[in-house]
Design a protein around this ligand. Structure first.
Ligand SMILES: [Cu+2]
Length: 388
């Protein structure tokens, strides 16, 4: 009898430890497993000028785990960047007004070659890392780029402290504007309709209330947004306007839930199918986690394919995208870290060669050119960070 009791106690202890704690997200469970795997490997010794290990790697943390002070210093560093002079030549981008705009301009300039392409994940990894570096080196930010785990507030992102409009948020929703919603893609044959949310106008609260978007829009999501005067239609001219948002529970509950992220990481085992699923298939009515991250905030410039980095939300969103890729890679470190799939043109249109690890990731004035192979591991090449 006593033996049975001990046995059943032991069994329940084992079972309890294998069941995730109440409220724990399964995408976090996968990320933790990925981190443990990464710790067992030593690939960071290769191709790295100085030794990077799990112990000395920078830790990118989830937004909701930051203290109020940490949140505020991050926000202040972004505001600081927007007050520094730009480096982009005005003859190339006449609308650039500050250092933050440099990041918008480089994304605009390369939009057609960095989405639905082989370099999509690595280019954006490098891009957000260079942005993090600018916040630290040019604006004295002591932390690292936070990520936002969509799954925490997927049923209603407006409940997240990130969007509560307080001093420690990235500002809230836009004011209500009566509009008809969005058709995706923005073309004659749309496949997904996103109904209008509770916003759509200029944000009214929080640290970015006086934020000015200067570039774009190129592909305008909202019909009442000021048109860019660029005669070439490239959105490069000065077009100062407020930050507009229309935060959508419809989008996040539909495509950015824990299950969506877990299925993406678990069910797509080669890089091509993984990155394709991530970016969505609007023809099939599937938005994808990446597009969901964009459209759950939407608005302008957040809803513009070209100038979306003009909303500071972009970088918290793309840090989460990078973490999802990082998790996928490190669940099978050896097989997946250096996997590349796809070609060098948007959806292979026009048809082009496959991308390779020797392809160059060029950020122009924002960062030195590196090879894609250097951007494949978060603890190799120029990088030394992990997600916790
Ligand atoms: Cu992008």
């Amino acid at each position: 009898m006593r033996l049975i009791l001990i046995f059943s106690l032991l069994l329940s202890a084992i079972t309890a430890s294998s069941i995730p704690a109440r409220g724990q997200l399964q995408n976090d469970v996968l990320a933790n497993k990925a981190l443990q795997n990464l710790a067992k490997h030593t690939i960071w010794d290769e191709g790295s000028t100085e030794k990077c290990s799990i112990r000395n790697a920078a830790k990118r943390r989830e937004w909701h785990t930051l203290s109020k002070t940490e949140k505020r210093t991050f926000v202040d560093a972004i505001l600081c960047l927007s007050e520094k002079p730009s480096r982009t030549p005005l003859e190339d981008y006449p609308g650039v007004r500050n250092r933050y705009d440099d990041f918008v301009a480089i994304h605009m300039n390369q939009t057609s070659f960095i989405h639905q392409t082989a370099n999509f994940l690595s280019w954006h990894r490098y891009f957000i890392w260079v942005y993090e570096k600018a916040l630290r080196e040019e604006c004295g930010y002591k932390g690292y780029l936070p990520y936002y785990n969509y799954a925490k507030y997927a049923s209603d992102p407006l409940q997240s402290p990130l969007f509560d409009g307080s001093d420690t948020s990235i500002s809230g929703n836009g004011a209500y504007v009566n509009h008809t919603g969005l058709d995706i893609p923005n073309a004659s044959v749309p496949h997904i309709h996103i109904p209008p949310g509770p916003g759509g106008g200029c944000i009214t609260t929080g640290p970015f209330v006086n934020w000015t978007a200067n570039l774009g829009p190129v592909v305008n999501a909202l019909p009442y947004v000021e048109k860019n005067p660029d005669p070439a239609g490239l959105g490069r001219y000065y077009n100062p306007r407020c930050l507009r948002r229309d935060i959508s529970a419809f989008v996040s509950a539909g495509w950015a839930k824990d299950q969506d992220i877990v299925d993406l990481i678990s069910d797509y085992t080669d890089i091509l199918s993984f990155q394709s699923r991530l970016q969505g298939d609007s023809k099939a009515g599937y938005l994808g986690v990446l597009s969901a991250g964009h459209w759950m905030v939407g608005g302008d410039p957040g809803g513009d394919f070209y100038t979306s980095p003009g909303d500071p939300w972009f970088f918290l969103h793309h840090a989460m995208i990078d973490r999802i890729w990082w998790t996928w890679q490190n669940l099978e470190v050896e097989e997946r870290t250096f996997q590349v799939g796809g070609t060098i043109t948007f959806l292979n249109n026009p048809p082009s060669r496959n991308g390779t690890l020797d392809d160059v990731l060029d950020l122009g004035i924002d960062g030195e050119a590196i090879m894609m192979g250097e951007a494949m591991s978060s603890v190799g090449g120029p990088f030394c960070y992990i997600y916790v």
